[in-house]
Design a protein around this ligand. Structure first.
Ligand code: FE
Ligand code: ZN
Ligand code: FE
Ligand code: FE
Length: 161
């Protein structure tokens, strides 16, 4: 890995692997959420994630990069942790709170990753690619903010009861 281009490609492949793993793992989050609004939020971000994976694939195609050969070890770990949590015996609202916590770990990893590749894309003169990646980053922020709101809603309900 000699150039920023090499690093850019490496980071894009890492993110592609991360999105791919999320697409496979998220149905379990949907399945295990008990609150209807949370279930819907997970479902809607799952379909967004499928688009993000396709968007990244088209970027990789543009750059003539094969998406294979890179597994995001961090996402593998974050997902393992979520799967472990899902197996815990927890009361419904506690389970939902924990699922939000796990999902936000996923979003924060993605936010960091996309922030980085957007900077590299701009530095390397790929403005078109940068704006596509920015679209995904905006969606990741959106998903994260929605989860924060849901966690706070729960807190407010608790305070009133
Ligand atoms: Fe994503
Ligand atoms: Zn690597
Ligand atoms: Fe990674
Ligand atoms: Fe996401």
């Amino acid at each position: 890995m000699k150039t920023l281009t090499d690093l850019f490609e490496h980071q894009l492949k890492d993110l592609y692997s991360a999105e791919d793993q999320i697409v496979n793992a998220f149905p379990k989050m949907v399945e295990n959420a008990t609150d209807t609004k949370l279930k819907e939020a997970f479902e809607s971000h799952l379909s967004e994630t499928k688009n993000q994976k396709d968007r990244l694939k088209s970027i990789l195609d543009t750059l003539n990069i094969k998406p294979s050969g890179e597994k995001c070890k961090a996402m593998e770990g974050i997902i393992k942790e979520a799967e472990h949590f899902i197996k815990e015996d927890a009361a419904d609202d506690v389970k939902d709170a924990g699922l939000i916590a796990q999902a936000q770990r996923v979003e924060h990893y993605e936010i960091t990753g996309y922030g980085t590749v957007i900077r590299y894309a701009k530095e390397l003169g790929h403005d078109d690619i940068a704006s596509k990646l920015q679209k995904t980053l905006d969606e990741e922020y959106g998903a994260d903010n929605k989860l924060t709101d849901m966690a706070e809603d729960r807190l407010n309900r608790k305070a009133k009861s």
